[in-house]
Design a protein around this ligand. Sequence first.
Ligand code: FES
Length: 146
Amino acid sequence: MPQSTHHYTNGEITIVWKPATCIHSRICWTELREVFDPVKRPWIDMASSTTERIIEQVRKCPSGALSYFRNEPNSSNPETVSGERAEILNIQVLPNGPLVIHTGCTITHSDGNTEIREGKTSLCRCGASGNKPFCDGSHKKIEFKG
Ligand code: FES
């Protein structure tokens, strides 16, 4: 079943939010509350900070539930974390957690569908995610070690 996806834009960039992927780390709204406020609707206010500050915050999302892309023509290719094109794929193995891909990437699912991911993507390493191949935070519940 496809997960819901929400988009928020300020004209320069679009934030993509996938609530089913969120592991509720609270990093976004504790560090940039003027933009990410879980009490307000919509909970993301793109007009309350600069594009670069919003990008900086989105890059800290540990689950990949928040990602972004620039609203430029011909920008269908995802950017890397640094804003440059990926030449070497950077994958981080988090202790007791997921594999984190630090660049945009294309995921080809087992049914053949492909999905372009912008920003950071976390892939389940523990096997317990209810949203495979993505991490949904279940590794904490099962106290995954590895
Ligand atoms: S590694 Fe996070 S749910 Fe499996």
